[in-house]
Design a protein around this ligand. Structure first.
Ligand SMILES: CCCCC/C=C\C/C=C\C/C=C\C/C=C\C/C=C/C(=O)SCCNC(=O)CCNC(=O)[C@H](O)C(C)(C)COP(=O)(O)OP(=O)(O)OC[C@H]1O[C@@H](n2cnc3c(N)ncnc32)[C@H](O)[C@@H]1OP(=O)(O)O
Ligand SMILES: Cc1cc2nc3c(=O)[nH]c(=O)nc-3n(C[C@H](O)[C@H](O)[C@H](O)COP(=O)(O)OP(=O)(O)OC[C@H]3O[C@@H](n4cnc5c(N)ncnc54)[C@H](O)[C@@H]3O)c2cc1C
Length: 674
């Protein structure tokens, strides 16, 4: 058991599940924490941050008005930020994602059922200062930002444009007379829209605007802009700022709008690491790659893979624990009602969620390491690996967020009616994760970026030129025969690669055909985009499957035999699941037969039964404290019905025996006096 409380009464079904788990849960926790040392350190951080009870609300957040919710989130953000500066600062020296260490992130989730209004400060404002400022600018802004003397956000998207960054309309025009930039919002559609924390919380923001100097437009560039008085917090003259209103989720993030009326900022407030404007207005390009100003987005895309893996781990913990205590129906009249976890369809819904959380967690660590390597090369002036990394981070961001949102919703389905309760914790997880599919680059748009790279790589393979590592499999696309099906894990991964290669080949062939028929290159590309998205998706699935398998083999090399077995079962389940989801594609691009697929389905079903006894152990190994789950259905002790009733009784609707609505409306209507 990874979480113990001597006085805890545990639901007998959950206790039974834990007793029959045949592997060492703690060993698996260590694998996903990156080693025992990290687990111990994480637990220390969680103890410091959570044991005081500061994360708890007197009244459930869901019963508060929007204004109360926001103020409560600011209150807790300030407590949390102070903890980060003091108690947590020394403890968080883990192998980390910079300021957004996943350990700090997961602890913060105990404080916020939705999100902190400081999310963008730590998630994008600080990273932009770190990534886009010159050393001098950094030494001025970073200490103030890290110390929370100023709070910022990242305002790029406008009412009229989010995806197409080159189409942004906000202008920053250099005035050499005063050595200032004049920020202006020329149209309604040029108003900044969406930035988290902008509505009421921040006093600074990164603004992405079209840079004009000496009458010439040099495209979008980032600026650091003060928008509120540092003392009174009143918006400064020339600034129009506010909150954008209720959303599906993110309701404690005070997403905002922002317009400028010829608002002046000093020249030094342009972030000048990648490009500069000299005092006389001369524009100087510093960076060797034109897209380095998109760096913060790339950083957040990498971080998001980890974010969604964590949230999927939460949803699967809730749904598996609930499925262990929930009994329903009587397929065998002489026996007691089974735990719903015994239904094979339920296992089919849930075990893929556990395996996907593992796969994405391991891919996120691998992606982070690749990102660090790319950054190190770029420091030395080499940007050669950036295109491949952009293609990789784009598709992993798209597929991880989309799969996680889908599987979190599947976890909700698996919890029946109770999963629909806010108190189950699942709706908030879904609302948060479904937004990740859109922000920081929409799903389709990012997959099309990967497709651009795939098509170019395919053409290189065709010309027998060398290929970069993640697309090296394309070299086999020209053998002329279909890939040989083989149901071993490596064989299935090779088949996934054959699918990606085959789909890319179909796209290239169709585009060429269309161009021969007279379409322009742009139109031929556009007509092929459904298939290009599918090719990029297939490529990404091959990458995830390959990385997951390789990482598990590596990480369990010295594990105990039963841990090796259960980890192998889950990776195999992941491969079988996706092979069975893509039978049509496999029939098109590999030698798989109908019999092979029927056999694979049976092997998949048998695998579900093998994993079943260890299901609760597997989610316990995520080691998510109750404070992080915020769930009546998923708590460690399994006291589901008691918690549901306790929460219901907290509803303000239950405060009065008779609602005012009775005397105001119901009674008059029922007595015919309305
Ligand atoms: C209290 C404690 C809290 C702790 C918190 C800590 C951490 C939290 C962690 C995470 C959460 C953080 C924040 C979460 C909340 C919400 C934030 C949301 C923020 C946002 O959404 S910000 C706005 C994001 N916007 C986008 O992503 C826009 C998407 N669009 C684009 O990226 C691009 O415009 C485009 C679609 C890729 C196209 O760009 P464009 O300039 O038009 O280029 P093209 O002409 O299409 O391509 C030219 C060429 O360039 C290549 N390219 C494009 N982008 C890149 C890149 N980024 N890097 C490298 N190369 C790039 C492209 O592939 C083309 O190459 P070719 O060779 O094919 O020509
Ligand atoms: C919760 C949340 C928080 C956010 N926070 C921030 C923030 O802090 N700062 C910030 O700057 N922004 C933020 N955003 C904005 C976010 O980055 C954008 O909404 C996102 O990038 C998508 O852009 P869009 O809204 O313009 O969608 P659109 O591009 O208008 O997309 C609409 C549809 O058009 C399709 N489409 C668009 N272009 C193409 C194309 N070229 N080819 C094929 N299909 C296409 C898309 O696939 C989609 O189906 C946030 C958004 C949300 C939802």
């Amino acid at each position: 058991m990874t979480q113990t409380n001597n006085n805890m009464t545990v639901n007998p079904d959950l206790a039974m599940e834990r007793a029959k788990c045949n592997f060492n849960v703690l060993e698996v926790t260590h694998i996903f924490d990156g080693g025992e040392r990290n687990t111990l350190q994480r637990k220390k951080i969680e103890d410091v941050a959570l044991n005081s009870g500061a994360s708890k609300d007197a009244l459930g957040e869901e019963h508060m008005s929007p204004k109360e919710k926001y103020e409560n989130a600011v209150r807790k953000s300030c407590i949390y930020a102070t903890m980060m500066k003091n108690e947590l600062a020394e403890l968080s020296g883990l192998e980390s994602f910079g300021v957004s260490s996943p350990v700090i992130r997961r602890t913060a989730d105990a404080f916020f059922k939705e999100v902190s209004p400081f999310l963008l400060h730590l998630g994008m404002f600080v990273p932009t200062i770190m990534g886009q400022c010159t050393p001098e600018q950094q030494s001025y802004w970073l200490p103030r930002a890290l110390d929370m003397q100023i709070i910022g956000t990242y305002a790029q998207t406008e009412l009229g444009h989010g995806t197409f960054i080159r189409g942004l309309e906000t202008t920053a025009t250099y005035d050499p007379e005063t050595e200032e930039f004049v920020l202006h919002s020329p149209t309604l559609s040029s108003y900044k829209w969406w930035a988290g924390g902008l509505g009421k919380t921040v006093n600074y923001c990164i603004v992405v605007a079209q840079l004009y100097t000496k009458g010439e437009c040099h495209g979008t560039h980032p600026f650091i802009v003060q928008i509120r008085d540092e003392d009174t917090h009143v918006p400064l003259p020339g600034i129009k700022v506010g909150e954008i209103g209720p959303k599906m989720g993110f309701n404690t993030a005070d997403n905002g709008f922002l317009g400028f009326d010829h608002y002046r900022i000093p020249r030094e407030h342009m972030l000048m690491k990648n490009a500069q404007v000299l005092k006389d207005g001369t524009y100087v390009k510093v960076a060797r790659h034109g897209k380095l100003t998109y760096g913060t987005m790339v950083f957040v895309r990498v971080v998001l893979v980890n974010e969604v893996a964590f949230n999927l781990a939460k949803a699967s913990t809730i749904a598996v624990r609930y499925s262990a205590i929930r009994r329903q129906s009587k397929p065998k009249p002489d026996e007691v009602e089974p735990q719903i976890l015994d239904y094979v369809t339920q296992q089919h819904k849930l075990f893929i969620a556990i395996a996907t959380a593992h796969a994405l967690q391991l891919c996120s660590t691998w992606l982070w390491e690749s990102f660090s390597a790319v950054l190190a090369q770029m420091k030395g002036g080499n940007t050669d690996t950036l295109p491949e990394f952009h293609a990789l981070s784009s598709c992993l961001k798209a597929i991880s967020t989309s799969d996680s949102a889908h599987l979190i919703e599947q976890c909700r389905h698996a919890c029946g009616g109770h999963g629909y309760m806010i108190s189950s914790g699942i709706p908030n997880l879904y609302n948060f994760v479904s937004a990740t599919r859109t922000y920081e680059g929409d799903y389709t748009v990012l997959l099309l970026q990967t497709a651009r790279f795939l098509v170019k790589a395919y053409e290189q393979a065709e010309a027998k030129k060398p290929l970069t590592p993640t697309v090296s499999y394309l070299a086999h696309a020209f053998s002329g025969s279909r890939a040989t099906w083989d149901n071993s894990p490596d064989g299935i991964i090779r088949s996934f690669q054959a699918l990606a290669a085959g789909k890319t080949a179909v796209c290239v062939t169709n585009m060429r055909k269309r161009m021969r028929a007279g379409l322009s290159q742009v139109d031929a590309w556009e007509m092929s985009t459904i298939q290009l998205v599918a090719a990029a998706e297939a490529h990404c699935r091959a990458v995830i499957a390959d990385t997951y398998r390789k990482e598990i083999v590596r990480l369990t090399a010295n594990s105990s035999p039963n841990v090796k077995v259960v980890m192998d079962q889950l990776t195999t389940l992941y491969l079988y699941y996706w092979a069975l989801e893509r039978t049509g594609d496999l029939l098109m691009f590999t030698s798989v037969s109908q019999k092979d697929l029927v056999d694979l389905q049976i092997a998949y079903e048998e695998l579900l039964l093998k994993i079943r006894p260890n299901a609760v152990g597997l989610v316990d190994a995520f080691d998510l404290r109750d404070e992080l789950l915020h769930s009546t259905l998923g708590s460690y002790d399994g006291r589901v019905y008691e918690r549901l009733m306790e929460e219901a009784l907290k509803s303000p609707m239950n405060k009065e025996p008779v609602s005012d609505a009775y005397s105001k409306y119901l009674r008059p209507m029922m007595k015919g006096k309305l």
